[in-house]
Design a binder for this molecule. Structure first.
Ligand code: ZN
Length: 309
């Protein structure tokens, strides 16, 4: 069977500053350096063409055996009716109609390329209620195991932990909205719900140039009013680690292990020391069993591709 490898591009959103050049070296080995920037517009067709081109250039580059240090540079320039993508000695122009893309307000830039094997068992670790003083250590630990996770954060903590959150994104993790100050959203009215969500979106956007696309309800409580009011994808979980309740990591691990399966979403809290301690044992254990650790959006993408093939 043909092994299917997908290249998932981790995107971070940066405000619309056409003139600003953002160069991120995303991969460096003894033999090569890769630096990729490309625009994502709100025109799906155009996005597909651009992505295809960038992916092809990337694959071509990786395929070649490089004896000496070489660089792949992909960058772009946006003119009025066209986007030009530069890739080392090549360049390709994508024409589009201005009126169709007039509403572009943000561009997303790749800051990391991950190669995820869709044939591999995948787990989405998620952390609620942070960030906290433990979050940075948790990110370090994830990095150590080549793992990424999703953090559903509280709006009122964004300014205090701005640096941690930047590090979180740079490491390839995803951020989700978990309300402003952990109110029971099923107990408040529509306007207050909107306020809890929007205030959090805004403070994240202002501080991190990033816009969450997913939301996790506090206490996992959800009703019709919330579904109608909240404009983000609502994400629950399959496995509750009970790290908020159990005091022993052995107990937490024994609770998780029998429930682990491909495509499961795991609930944890990055506000607890015990969670960090548990992860230290859990990550190598699951990695040994052949799991890869992906974000919620990546899991979604993997599931979509699996359904199609
Ligand atoms: Zn919570």
């Amino acid at each position: 069977m043909k092994k299917l490898i997908i290249i998932l591009l981790t995107l971070s959103i940066i405000g619309c500053k056409k003139q600003e050049k953002i160069k991120t070296i995303i991969k460096e080995t003894d033999n090569y350096v890769i630096s990729i920037n490309y625009p994502i517009t709100n025109n799906n067709k155009l996005n597909k063409q651009i992505k295809k081109y960038v992916n092809n250039e990337y694959k071509k580059f990786i395929k070649e055996k490089h004896e000496e240090k070489v660089e792949l540079n992909i960058d772009f320039k946006i003119n009025e009716n066209e986007i030009i993508i530069y890739s080392n000695n090549n360049s390709k122009t994508f024409k589009y109609k201005t009126e169709k893309t007039k509403s572009i307000t943000t561009y997303k830039y790749i800051n990391k390329i991950k190669e995820l094997d869709i044939t591999k068992k995948s787990i989405a670790l998620t952390f609620d209620d942070g960030p906290s003083t433990y979050t940075k250590e948790i990110i370090d630990l994830l990095n150590q195991y080549d793992a990424n996770a999703t953090f559903f954060i509280l709006g009122n903590k964004v300014e205090i932990y701005k640096d941690t959150l930047k590090y979180m994104l740079e490491s390839g993790n995803e951020i989700g909205n978990h309300s402003y100050n952990h109110k029971w959203l099923t107990h408040i009215n529509e306007e207050e719900i909107k306020n809890q969500i929007n205030k959090t979106q805004e403070i994240i956007k202002t501080n991190l140039d990033y816009e969450p696309k997913i939301f996790r309800p506090t206490y996992g409580a959800i009703n019709k009013k919330m579904r109608e009011t909240i404009n983000l994808d609502i994400i629950l979980w399959n496995i509750d680690t009970m790290d908020w309740k159990y005091k022993s990591k052995k107990k937490i691990i024994n609770n998780i292990i029998p429930q682990i399966e491909d495509e499961k979403i795991i609930l944890m809290h990055d506000t607890k020391k015990i969670t960090y301690e548990t992860l230290k044992q859990l990550l190598p254990k699951l990695k040994e069993q052949g799991y890869q650790f992906v974000t919620i959006s990546e899991l979604k993408e993997i599931k979509t591709i699996r359904e199609k093939t």
